[in-house]
Every structure is written in structure tokens, then in C-alpha cells.
Design a protein around this ligand. Structure first.
Ligand SMILES: O=C(O)CCC(=O)C(=O)O
Ligand SMILES: [Fe+2]
Length: 793
């Protein structure tokens, strides 16, 4: 096969270095880099006739500029003259004209011979820090001028644009880059000359217009150009191509612009037009669609190239939506962006691999067995989450749902964005989205999702769901109906297990509002710092979840995070907050979260069975007695949802806010509850979110242990104090003591044993602990001591 076929993409690899010819990010220089996957290492062949033969021009796949030899001396340490990224403005321009000549001898190498007979040369044989490329006279021929040519296959579909960034341009003036090129004083913005081409790519050469563009983001450039050319609604309807000179070929831009503020010429094409069909995109990345599909364990889905919206009922375009996590992952971000970094106490801890945690696994209930009711009762009481098998839902339907979701997420971003949820319409809108909450201070989940409104049928509008994955909409409808039936069957069993009439919970919930959310967790560059989905309990009545075989879901049990594997035909049942309220806390909603990994994308499908927003949820009177007083206030479900979205999901903070015996302590209330975890995993308490708490490594964790509310706060504080005392952090301890006692006089006495005495005007408490955590011995008022012991296990 011809090495330099016209229009094809190639990489040139130095024989000696093994590094690749690289168009530098400044848009000016050319160097040798080992970044094989980078678009900057890919060059497109543009063949031209010269002097009765064909010559090779090479324009970079990243910015479209041409490989050009200059007459300027290469910098010290480099031989010959400089090679740069140039333009093709003059048909007789020699600077960019090359011929490929086989070297002969061993191996399959070529010389790239400039029309001036100088040869393209890699530098730095002995001084490897010299990574420049130059042209040198053929008399100096050496293996440094030998290049192997790698052919780069075409990308099967339009590649995705990198997520928007806020990269700044190079500062004005000074030197930079490989050859310490002088960067002229440059403005903060770059001049973009643009012109709109017709369907065949033809444009009027007199119609160029100019605007000032800030930054480097090609995503933002496309958005701004879309507005300028009148594509205000569907910015993905256009494709932006660089044109490096009057005679240059078009290079579709899928890479952020060069770092320098040099002006660029852009031709705007219409997506799906014949002109776009003629373009060729290099498949240089390993994180492309095919890779993703392979990563998901599937073959690549066949998808249309055209990006024009087909369905008039498609969800409205997003306005200022955050970048999709998948786009970040595909762009190969090497570090987790700051807004995804969880605070240390929320990061996936090694605790989930502790011996105690390893010994625990979510129960499996066979619904077809005679003992199902008893097993459900035990699972609800102990876990609030359990797998069901023998449920009668065909495994083919579960697989079809997983596959439909996967095909959606493996589709081009442009297609997916046609169904983007509209963040301006509230937090829980239907469609393709990327974050759980929109609070400014919230840490983002490393997750993208597609949310479907499926029940009641009046909310179900399949035209809001993807149309480009065959069978998608039918599958969602079938799956929705099947999950509704299973949820109702489970609610009946759960009601009966509490000696309630079998239809009790179903009726208490009223008309079902069902949402189906497909979550897609892309591989994460720093999974130890992120969460796919932060700790939460679901807000409705019951959730049914299926997932793929990657793993990442964890449920909280006795204060430990327990991984929940997927069972191929199993469905995970998760009790949600309204069930906890209705059952007076006898059955608890399950706190769960999703962790991520660096290697494999993960997919889950959660079906939520919720009340209507207008429904008032009350505790079943039959479950209230003198010994078991009502724990939660009645709540209108819509209010619960609003508060969930306002405050954030964190752990059980939302349902805790409804506790009747809640006793605000010194101005703090349960809403400020946060999770902390002891290193040894043995003792868990509910603490508050006072920022100083997080300073204590020994601080306690959320009480899954449901301590009587009236004591809860005392025990938080005691736990904190003892933790701090053990840390020897006496100044913070004293501060907390005075905070506890509302500024009353307090004493801290530290003796051999760590001892902490809180003296208030009314009472005197004394806590003693041995040197090892957790406290084995607590001296205090008898009731509190008893409670404290109850909390240890
Ligand atoms: O992806 C998962 O496994 C968990 C999803 C979940 O908890 C949710 O969507 O509420
Ligand atoms: Fe959930």
C-alpha cells in the first residue's frame, strides 16, 4: 500500500528516537514527542503535482498547518535549519513541499526530502533533551533522518469534541517552546476569520468575516460560530474546519486551538452535508467510540453520521450544562478536575475491604421460594437492600434494557446532546444529564445519566427518549411496566411482613410516579478521589436496580460500605425514605453510593417507584405504639423532594430532618449531619458538619446505629471529644468543650488515661477512655453510659 496516499493520515516515527513528529501546541513549532495517541502526532497527506511528479504535503490533524522547512538556523544543539508549522498560501510555495524516498538497506524507512534536497532530521541522538526537528543537507545523511511511516485508520464516525476548557492563551511577549521562539506581544484574544460553506463545501472567498475569540476551547469556538452563522439552537449542526492558507485543505477541528493567539481561518460546514462526508478523521485516540463499546464488552453500535435533529419533539438543547463526564474521560484528562474531588472523609476508603465488611454480603431472596416472605422481612430489617431472583422478569428484558442504555452512551455526543435535560427547568428534568445537584458548593459526581419519566402514562412521552438506538423506546416501555409490577408485588410482601394489609404501602404511596435512570460511570483518572454517586438514600418508596458486571455500587451496613455485586438475572431492591417513614423506621431506607474505577465504564439502571408530589406520606398508625412512638413527621412528598434537592442527598440527612424527637443541640440540628468514619471501623456516630470536626482523624461517623434522638447529640460530642483527646488536640478540644457548654466554664483534664471532664453549671460529666480506641469504658450518667455501650459492637 502506498505509504503517503492522498487524504490519508500518517504518523512519522524517528528511527533512532522512536518518537513521533509532533505539531507543537503553540501552533508554530515541530518537535519529537512520544505522545503517539495525540492528534498532534498525526499528519494528513495532501499530494500535489510539482515539476512533473507528485509531491507530498503534510498538514497536521490537530490544527491543519503544513510541515514547512525554513532557511533559519536551528537552535544550538540541533543541526541544519528549522522546521515549523506553516501555511499554504501560494501555489508555488516551496517551503511545504516534500518527497518521500525509501532509505534502502534494512527496515522500512523513508527520508522525507524537502524540495530543496535537505532531509527531515530528528535531533538529540546524544543529548536527548534536544527534541527538535530540522532539515539538514543530504551530505550529512544519517539514521537520524530515517522515518518509519505508520498509517492511521479513519475514524468511523465524527469524533467528539473535547469538553470546554478555560485555557488561557500564552502571555504576551517572551520566548517559549522548543526553539525558544520569540512570541510576539499578543492580545488575550485571537482573531478568527470565518466563512460559511455550502453543502458542497464551496464558499465565497470575499465573504470572510472576523471576530475575536477568547481561549482555546474548540467546543466554545463551535458554539460561538454557531451563533454567528445563525445556528443558534443546534450548535452541533455545524462542523468547524481550519484552513491554513488559501490553498490549504480543510482540517476538521477536534482539538483545542493552539496555545498561541495566532489568527486562524475557519470554514464552517453543515453537519451531515456532502462536504462533511468527504472529510476524513484520523482514529488516533484509544478512547473513541469503538474503544468505549469494547470497554463495555460490546461490539460497536452502528450509528448514523448525520447530526441533524430528526425529531421535532427532541428535548430542548442544554444551555449552560456542565461538561459530560464521558467527554472529560474521553479527552483523557490525566487528573481529576477539582470539582469532582471529594473531601477526604467521603472518598472511597479502604474500610470497604476490612475483614468485617468482607464477611458481609447483601442478602439474596428467591421470590419463587416458599420462604420468600420471611427472607424479605429479614432483609428489610437488617439491610434495607437485597437482591431478588426468581422474580419472573425475563432476563432478556433486563439485558435489552442494559444494552439500550449502553448503545445510547456509546453514541456520538452530538446525538446524545439532542436529548439533553434542560438544567434551567429544575434538577429532576427528563433527559441526558451529568450531575445530581446544582449547588455551587457541591462536589460533582463522576457520572452521566439519562432519566426517563415513565409513569403514570400521562408523563410517558417516548419522543423524549433517544431515537437513534434501534428498539430503545419499546424496551424502556416494556421495562417500565415490568418494574412497576415487580415493585407492587414487593410492596405487598413488605406490607404483609409487618402485619399490615397487603395493599397498605401501595395505597399509602398512591398513584405511582416512576422514573427510570440509566447511569453511566466513565473510567476515572483518579478513582480514589472521586465518587460516581455520592452517599444517599433514595427519596421515594422503593428502587429496583440492575447493573452490569463491573461493580461499584456499595451499600452502608453497620457503618461499613459493602460492595454489591451484580447477579446476572438478579434485581437489587433498595428501600427508600418514604418506606422508612410509612413503616415507622422498622424498615430503614438503604444508604448507598457508587464508586468508580480507572479501567472500565460501568452502567446501571435504577427504577424509582415514588409517590406523586402532592401525596402526603404518613406513618402507618398500626406501627405506632406507646413503646414505639411515631418517629417521623408527616410530609408532603413534593416538599421532601424540594428539600432533597436543596440540601443535597448526603447520607440520611433528609429523612433525619423529619425526626420528631430531634433536639437541636446548641444551635445545630440534624440537617447538618455529616459522615465520618473511624479508621478501625468499629464505632459510628452521627456528628455535625462543623468544619473543625473534619480536622479530627478520629471523628465519628454517621450513625447507621439509630441512637435515640434525644441522646444522639450528646454522643456525637462525646465521641468527638474522645477522638480529639486521643489525637492530643487539646486546643480544638477545649474549643469544642466551650461550644458544647455554650461558653460555660469548662475544664479539660488529661492524665495518664485520657480523661475528659465536662463541667457545666448544671451537671458534671466525666468520660474516661483507655488509650486504645474505641472507648471500652465510659463513666458518665448511667443512661448515657448505657447508650454508649450500645453503640459499640
Ligand atoms: O449506579 C448505581 O449503582 C446506583 C444508582 C443510584 O443509586 C441512583 O440512581 O439513585
Ligand atoms: Fe440511589
Amino acid at each position: 500500500m502506498e505509504l503517503f496516499a492522498d487524504g490519508h493520515h500518517v504518523r512519522l516515527r524517528s528511527r533512532v528516537h522512536g518518537k513521533y513528529l509532533h505539531a507543537d501546541e503553540d501552533g508554530l513549532g515541530v518537535s519529537l514527542r512520544s505522545l503517539r495517541e495525540s492528534p498532534n502526532a498525526v499528519w494528513q497527506v495532501h499530494r500535489v503535482e510539482r515539476d512533473g511528479g507528485t509531491c507530498v504535503l503534510l498538514h497536521g490533524a490537530a490544527y491543519g498547518s503544513y510541515l514547512a522547512a525554513t532557511g533559519y538556523a536551528a537552535p544550538p544543539g540541533h543541526l541544519g535549519q528549522r522546521v515549523v508549522q506553516g501555511v499554504y498560501d501560494d501555489p508555488g510555495d516551496d517551503a511545504i513541499v516534500w518527497r518521500a524516498v525509501r532509505t534502502g538497506g534494512e527496515g522500512n524507512y523513508v527520508f522525507l526530502r524537502h524540495i530543496s534536497y535537505r532531509l527531515l532530521r530528528a535531533n538529540g541522538r546524544y543529548q536527548v533533551w534536544h527534541n527538535g526537528v530540522s532539515v539538514d543537507h543530504y551530505d550529512n545523511e544519517s539514521s537520524m533522518m530515517h522515518w518509519s511511516v505508520e498509517s492511521v485508520p479513519p475514524h468511523p464516525v465524527l469524533p467528539q469534541l473535547p469538553a470546554p476548557t478555560h485555557d488561557v492563551l500564552l502571555p504576551s511577549g517572551g520566548f517559549m517552546g522548543l526553539f525558544r521562539r520569540r512570541i510576539e506581544s499578543m492580545p488575550a484574544e485571537r482573531a478568527i476569520r470565518y466563512v460559511r460553506a455550502d453543502a458542497n463545501g464551496i464558499f465565497n472567498d470575499q465573504a470572510w468575516e472576523t471576530f475575536e475569540f477568547h481561549g482555546r476551547s474548540v467546543f466554545t469556538l463551535r458554539q460561538e460560530l454557531a451563533t454567528l452563522v445563525g445556528e443558534t439552537v443546534f450548535f452541533f449542526n455545524i462542523l468547524v474546519c481550519a484552513k491554513a492558507g488559501r490553498y490549504a485543505r480543510l482540517t476538521p477541528l477536534f482539538t483545542d486551538l493552539p496555545r498561541s493567539a495566532q489568527p486562524m481561518d475557519i470554514v464552517v460546514l453543515t453537519a451531515g452535508s456532502p462536504a462533511v462526508d468527504q472529510l476524513r478523521y484520523p482514529n488516533n485516540s484509544t478512547s473513541d467510540l469503538c474503544h468505549l463499546a469494547a470497554n463495555c464488552g460490546r461490539k460497536s453500535v452502528s450509528l448514523p453520521l448525520t447530526n441533524s435533529p430528526k425529531s421535532s419533539a427532541a428535548a430542548p438543547m442544554e444551555t449552560a450544562a456542565p461538561p459530560r463526564v464521558q467527554a472529560l474521560a474521553d479527552a483523557g484528562v490525566p487528573h481529576l478536575p477539582a470539582q469532582y474531588v471529594q473531601p477526604p472523609e467521603h472518598r472511597p476508603a479502604p474500610s470497604s475491604s476490612s475483614h468485617r465488611a468482607a464477611a458481609l454480603s447483601v442478602p439474596v431472596v428467591d421470590l419463587s421460594s416458599a420462604s420468600a416472605a420471611g427472607a424479605v422481612r429479614a432483609a428489610c430489617a437488617d439491610w434495607g437492600a437485597f437482591h431478588v431472583v426468581g422474580h419472573g422478569v425475563p432476563v432478556e428484558l433486563l439485558d435489552a434494557m442494559r444494552e439500550a442504555g449502553l448503545a445510547f452512551f456509546c453514541s456520538p455526543m452530538e446525538d446524545k446532546l439532542r436529548f439533553a435535560c434542560d438544567p434551567t427547568r429544575g434538577a429532576a428534568t427528563e433527559g441526558y444529564g451529568s450531575r445530581m445537584l446544582a449547588n455551587d458548593d457541591s462536589v460533582l459526581d463522576w457520572r452521566d445519566y439519562f432519566d426517563h419519566h415513565t409513569l403514570p402514562e400521562s408523563r410517558r412521552n417516548p419522543s423524549h427518549w433517544p431515537d437513534f438506538v434501534p428498539g430503545y423506546r419499546d424496551t424502556v416501555v416494556k421495562y417500565s411496566d415490568s418494574m412497576k409490577n415487580l415493585a407492587q408485588r414487593l410492596l405487598r410482601i413488605i406490607s404483609e411482613s409487618l402485619n399490615l394489609p397487603s395493599s397498605y404501602i401501595e395505597e399509602a404511596v398512591g398513584e405511582v410516579y416512576q422514573n427510570i435512570t440509566i447511569s453511566y460511570y466513565s473510567p476515572c483518572p483518579q478513582p480514589d478521589l472521586a465518587l460516581g454517586l455520592q452517599s444517599h438514600s433514595d427519596m421515594g418508596a422503593i428502587t429496583l436496580l440492575i447493573q452490569d458486571d463491573v461493580g461499584g455500587l456499595e451499600v452502608m451496613k453497620d457503618g461499613m460500605w459493602i460492595p454489591v455485586p451484580s447477579l446476572p438475572d438478579g434485581i437489587l431492591v433498595i428501600l427508600a425514605d418514604q418506606t422508612e417513614i410509612i413503616t415507622n423506621g422498622i424498615y430503614k431506607s438503604s444508604v448507598h453510593r457508587a464508586i468508580v474505577n480507572a479501567e472500565r465504564a460501568r452502567l446501571s439502571v435504577a427504577t424509582f417507584y415514588d409517590p406523586s408530589k402532592a401525596r402526603k406520606i404518613c406513618t402507618a398508625p398500626l406501627l405506632v405504639s406507646k413503646d414505639e412512638p411515631q418517629k417521623y413527621r408527616d410530609v408532603v412528598y413534593g416538599d421532601y423532594v424540594s428539600s432533597w434537592y436543596t440540601k443535597g442527598p448526603e447520607g440520611k440527612r433528609n429523612i433525619d430532618a423529619l425526626l420528631i424527637q430531634q433536639e437541636p443541640f446548641l444551635g445545630m440540628n440534624l440537617e447538618s449531619a455529616r459522615e465520618f468514619q473511624l479508621p478501625n471501623d468499629r464505632c459510628r456516630f452521627l456528628t455535625t458538619s462543623l468544619s473543625c470536626f473534619s480536622l479530627s482523624r478520629q471523628a465519628a461517623v454517621v450513625a447507621q446505629s439509630r441512637v435515640e434522638q434525644k441522646w444522639k447529640w450528646w454522643w456525637c460530642w462525646v465521641c468527638m471529644l474522645l477522638g480529639l483527646a486521643q489525637d492530643g488536640n487539646t486546643s480544638l478540644l477545649t474549643l469544642l468543650l466551650s461550644c458544647i457548654t455554650n461558653g460555660q466554664k469548662t475544664h479539660l483534664i488529661q492524665k495518664k488515661k485520657i480523661k475528659c471532664i465536662v463541667k457545666t453549671q448544671k451537671e458534671k460529666f466525666k468520660y474516661t477512655m483507655k488509650s486504645e480506641w474505641p472507648m471500652e469504658e465510659v463513666e458518665a450518667s448511667s443512661t448515657t453510659a448505657q447508650l454508649g455501650l450500645d453503640l459499640l459492637y
